[in-house]
Design a protein around this ligand. Structure first.
Ligand code: GLN
Length: 247
């Protein structure tokens, strides 16, 4: 049996609006695709395990971000190394912000990030809250995977994120605010590291993205990925209803 190790960063401090569902979706879908999974939970002050095949992290209150800042900075070099080596990662909201350079809160307090994304975040005058739909390209056209997909989720953030010139966005906003409510971008992508404001949680609602993380991890570790057919009737129904929800 082939094993994929899934690491969750700071699930006690950084896990809101159902982000824990991302772990469950990855574990289940990896199993359905024929893998065993092993779960690694990373907490502040725990020795960082660099053997993870997929790394995920969720959103959190400003206070949660403050609590994990020191540990994240301590492990920044290890995370940069894994990102450069092609390890797939998915960081939502609060951790997405801290995978950029910094988040400046309303009170003007700087919470430093690790700069895997060339982006910075500053709290805006109002929170951006509501259902959101974006369009994202999750694999290159040469790969046999739906190229452009609609990603559905829910956002709630004070932070406005701005991408510097060379930084690729994750997607384009179709409905909602995204990175900052003004430039139409949502999230960021560097190598196989995805950052996004989408809770929802994002992976159960968007199985194609979960499968993409699994595919990237399997190809990196085993050299190939043969997807099994999965019955996504329920996920598809949930997506259909979610797209009709008002903002
Ligand atoms: N505290 C951050 C903000 O308000 C992140 C929020 C979140 O993770 N949902 O922007």
């Amino acid at each position: 049996m082939k094993t994929l190790k899934i690491m969750c960063l700071y699930p006690n401090e950084m896990n809101i609006y159902g982000d824990h569902g991302n772990l469950l979706a990855l574990q289940k879908r990896a199993e359905w695709h024929g893998f065993d999974t092993e779960y690694i939970q990373h907490e502040p002050n725990k020795k960082f395990d660099t053997s993870a095949d997929i790394i995920i992290g969720g959103g959190g209150q400003d206070s949660g971000q403050d609590k994990i800042q020191a540990d994240l900075l301590k492990n920044g070099a290890a995370l940069h190394k894994l990102a450069a080596a092609g390890t797939p990662m998915l960081m939502i909201c609060g951790l997405y912000q801290l995978f950029g350079h910094y988040f400046e809160t309303h009170a003007g307090h700087h919470i430093d990030g690790i700069g895997i994304f060339d982006a910075w975040t500053k709290a805006g005058p109002t929170r951006l809250i509501g259902n959101i739909i974006i369009e994202a390209v999750i694999a290159s056209e040469s790969e046999a995977i739906p190229n452009k997909i609609e990603i559905i989720g829910y956002e709630n953030h004070s932070g406005l994120t701005y991408l510097n010139k060379a930084q690729k966005a994750f997607g384009k906003v179709v409905k909602g605010a995204g990175n900052n409510g003004s430039d139409g971008t949502e999230g960021a992508r560097t190598n196989n590291v995805f950052g996004s404001y989408l809770h929802g949680p994002i992976l159960p609602k968007n199985p194609a993205l979960a499968d993409e993380l699994i595919r990237l991890a399997a190809i990196k570790k085993f050299g190939s990925f043969e997807p099994k057919e999965i019955d996504d009737t329920l996920a598809t129904k949930a997506r259909d209803i979610a797209t009709t929800r008002p903002r």
